[in-house]
Design a protein around this ligand. Structure first.
Ligand code: HEM
Length: 661
């Protein structure tokens, strides 16, 4: 077979071959040779006949079964019987020849038929009884079976093995090399491809090294700690570069114009498909594309309108009060006290989501959050290990726990929803929370179009509720965390912020209008999000062949928009890019960025964070209430060590010293 292939391939160095007939021929030849030794030419003919027989059989199977039909002298029935006769007589011919040769001691019995007959004779001899051996008829049937089971199965198996192998080879070698060539031809530079792992080993080693010790306290140049490999790549190859995320090149996009283009065309640049286990952690709006995304975005949008957020303010206030009163308890004893604010802020934003999402059921909501947090930890362990397709179906301890958590979270949310739906039916529901608004706006969509397809199923509502926890809790807690750390270091800004808060609210409860008019606090939050964006990067996958600036990329190409690198880029922000200077936002966002998409902590374009106003309002409320009650500074035990675990978290917590005002 291979010499035939060599003949055609060697002419031009490569050649297309439909391997299927060759593989069929190969396994037929192998069976003919190994079964019938020197009679293999005759064996081949048997194979041809058996193949035809299989086709007739298949056709007969596909038609309606009528009992007794096989006895009718139809064309097919006659041909099948004829083939059966021919095959049997051919095999019988081979066997007779072999038996004669055996009698004359002239047989080479190394083939299957010889071994078969030999062992049959032994059985008969040993038991001196014909019943212990096979009749010649039975030997013939076994030989027929060898063809049927041995040829077709082997060639199918070989074919799939070849297809699988070529897919694996394409995935780990040919496609990456093709893409590498394409990128280099367009002047995009990067390391040479290393099989399967690409740059991933270097990338994780560099992050490990960078996060092995804390930064100096005054260092806000955190990008080299978070994305050392990306920076190294840019240093080595310039901004027009790529890195290997395993066998896939990730093209860096650092030009604000191109970032704008990628983020504006959300049907063209979609989310890269990740580990399927991620679906246990997050689905909902953030993971959908195209029509499904548009439908969910429309329904969910209504829950985040400013006037709806206004109604959520009491929930924000209640959660902040609970946290602050705990702090007051410990601080008031001696007038000052060290508190690691990280767990408190995590609890705060979880409470806020529980209250605003589920209203009176917020205690139940809290339990959901605990489970979601555990789920996120399992998920992180999964993504840190090499991805093996199908692994998620194995009943490993972690897989079982992840499925169990998913079941528990879903059934808890379903319980809350069922209760709410019943209350809505009897007109007894307070629908000011996210769940209520979501359900109402869902019903409206369905009613308006008189079609269920325009709304969401209960399963989908459950996914959106799960997503609120994931997208809304940790992100807002890290925003507050880095803001408190920065204000501890930059006391003059803490004083300015407090002055503003006291001027607007005095010691009263912060209200909606007042929060929306806080200028210094907003500038501080923007600057904190610039230096410490909760999500450090966004990546997208081209849904079709694309032209992006000077680049032409095939469908499936990955682009990386490294938020944190753009937020610290001196070409955009000037020489003080790595310094905390909220003043740069004095005249608003577009003035600070000169209208460029170089600042996008909440993303940009149609898929901009749906909860950004929610998060900013919560952060302003919490910050105002903290500033009204305390002054704070870094504890001597504070170590400045941001690390990216989905969000930009403090590696060693954030112990601050609080003084009662
Ligand atoms: C400081 C706080 C927050 C930050 C920095 C933040 C950041 C982001 C970013 C960068 C994205 C885009 C992700 C991507 O497309 O790859 C996003 C999307 C999203 N965020 Fe936020 N987020 C925050 C708070 C919240 C809150 C409080 C909620 C809800 C309660 C929320 C809900 C969502 C949802 C549902 C999406 C998906 C939107 C879509 O795909 O259409 N986020 N967020």
């Amino acid at each position: 077979m291979i010499s035939k292939w060599e003949d055609v391939v060697s002419v031009e160095g490569s050649h297309e071959i439909d391997v299927w007939p060759h593989l069929e021929q190969l396994s037929c030849d192998v069976i003919s040779r190994t079964a019938f030794g020197s009679s293999y030419e005759q064996g081949r003919k048997i194979f041809e006949l058996q193949k035809e027989q299989a086709q007739h059989f298949l056709e007969a199977e596909q038609s309606v079964y009528i009992s007794g039909w096989r006895f009718l002298p139809t064309k097919r029935n006659r041909r099948m019987k004829e083939i059966n006769k021919d095959v049997r007589s051919s095999i019988r011919g081979i066997i007779d020849k072999r038996l004669k040769a055996m009698e004359a001691g002239d047989a080479d019995n190394e083939d299957l038929l010889g071994i078969f007959l030999g062992s049959n004779f032994k059985e008969l001899e040993q038991h001196r009884n014909k019943d212990f051996g096979m009749s010649i008829e039975e030997v013939i049937e076994e030989c027929k079976l060898l063809y049927f089971a041995g040829t077709e199965n082997t060639s199918v198996w070989l074919l799939w093995t070849m297809i699988l192998l070529s897919r694996v080879l394409n995935w780990v070698w040919f496609t990456p090399k093709k893409l590498e060539k394409l990128l280099r031809e367009q002047g995009v530079k990067g390391n040479s491809y290393r099989i399967l792992y690409g740059d991933t080993k270097d990338l994780s080693a560099m992050i490990k090294e960078a996060t092995s010790k804390p930064l100096s306290l005054s260092d806000d140049d955190v990008a080299p700690r978070m994305m050392p490999f990306f920076l190294e790549t840019i240093k080595k190859y310039g901004k027009k570069s790529f890195i290997w995320s395993g066998p896939k090149p990730l093209v860096l996009i650092m030009d604000p114009k191109l970032i704008k283009e990628v983020l504006s065309k959300n049907y063209l640049y979609q989310k890269p498909s990740g580990n399927p286990l991620a679906a246990l952690l997050i689905q909902g709006l953030v993971s959908y594309e195209e029509d499904k995304w548009a439908k969910h975005r429309k329904i969910t949008n209504s829950a985040f309108h400013l006037e709806k957020l206004k109604n959520m303010l009491p929930a924000f206030y209640l959660s902040c009060s609970e946290m602050i009163s705990k702090w007051e308890d410990v601080v008031s004893v001696e007038g000052s006290h060290e508190i690691d604010v990280w767990p408190h802020l995590e609890q705060l934003s979880c409470d806020v989501i529980s209250r605003t999402a589920f209203g009176s059921s917020y205690e139940q909501g809290r339990k959901i959050f605990e489970l979601q947090k555990e789920q996120a930890q399992h998920f992180l362990k999964v993504v840190q290990s090499v991805y093996i397709p199908g692994w998620r179906f194995l009943p490993t301890k972690r897989n079982r726990r992840m499925k169990e958590i998913n079941k528990d979270v879903r059934s808890s949310i379903r319980g809350i929803i069922d209760k709410r739906l019943k209350a809505m039916e009897v007109g007894d529901a307070d629908n000011e929370d996210l769940l209520g608004i979501l359900l109402e706006s869902n019903f409206k969509e369905i009613e308006q179009h008189r079609n269920k397809d325009f709304g969401m199923s209960i399963e989908e509502v459950i996914e959106e509720c799960k997503l609120f926890y994931f997208a809304g809790a940790e992100t807002t807690s890290v925003l507050l965390l880095w803001t408190l750390v920065l204000l501890s270091r930059y006391q003059e800004w803490q004083t300015r912020a407090r002055e503003e808060v006291l001027q607007v609210f005095g010691n009263q409860k912060p209200d909606f209008d007042g929060l929306n008019h806080l200028k210094v606090v907003t500038m501080i939050l923007y600057e904190s999000l610039r230096l410490y964006p909760p999500g450090i990067t966004i990546s997208r996958r081209a849904n079709e062949d694309i032209v992006l600036g000077e680049l032409s990329l095939p469908a499936g190409s990955l682009v990386s928009l490294p938020i944190i690198l753009l937020h610290h880029d001196k070409e955009i922000w000037g020489e003080d890019a790595n310094k905390f200077n909220p003043e740069r936002f004095r005249d608003g966002l577009s003035s600070a960025t000169k209208g460029q998409v170089a600042y996008f902590p909440f993303n940009y374009g149609p898929r901009i964070c749906i909860g950004q106003n929610f998060a900013m309002l919560e952060a302003k409320m919490a910050l105002s209430m903290i500033l009204q009650s305390f002054s704070f500074e870094l504890s001597p035990s504070y170590a400045h060590a941001p690390q990216s675990i989905v969000t930009l978290q403090p590696q060693y917590g954030a112990p601050l010293i609080f003084h009662k005002l």
